[in-house]
Ligand binder design. Sequence first.
Ligand code: GAR
Length: 207
Amino acid sequence: MLKVAVLAGGGGTNLQAIIDAHKAGKLPDTELSFVLSNKPDAYALVRARDYGIEQVVVDSASFSRAQFEEKLMDEIEKRQPDLIVLAGLMIMIPKELCRKYKNRIINIHPSLIPSFCGKGFYGLKVHEAALKKGVKVTGATVHFVDEIYDNGPIIIQKAVEVKDGDTPEILQRRVMEEAEWKILPEAIRLIACGSVSVLDGVVKIQN
Ligand code: GAR
């Protein structure tokens, strides 16, 4: 049984996609163990509560960065998840966590990495940048997390068409619906069934 922690800071639609997949029996051998948020008012926490998942808050606004990192590490370490899923967490996780959980932390990013990623590229900003550049195709990426923003080995990517008249909000929604909400649960499923390995920084998937 893969014990999964989801770290989310916002509306939690990606968390909801994971919950829906779990509810539908599409994530066998997976336990949704706890949801941790750095924001006490994150709607992701309501989604967790409604599905009976433990909710943990480490309020990043109430602590210094060092205190926040220590508390976050404590909460995670005492629960010992097998996999940590970053689903809309808009704050950098501690480097120590990246090291301790090497190839056991995944992140969903709303572009085709290496485009529109790295520091400053998150949420709506990613889609604003894609539209500004005039790309015709964008998408989403699930990747393992290392100590550098949006840098770790890529697990799954899915392309999404950019259409005339798109606003950042419209494009964000399409990327979520057509890509993010599919590839994030799928990546968890593949990891849970032992199909994902990393060799020399590159992911291999055996189905
Ligand atoms: C998602 O689009 C996710 O890809 C993005 O934030 C949104 C969270 O939505 N994450 C990043 O930009 C991380 N760099 P959600 O809270 O509804 O899942």
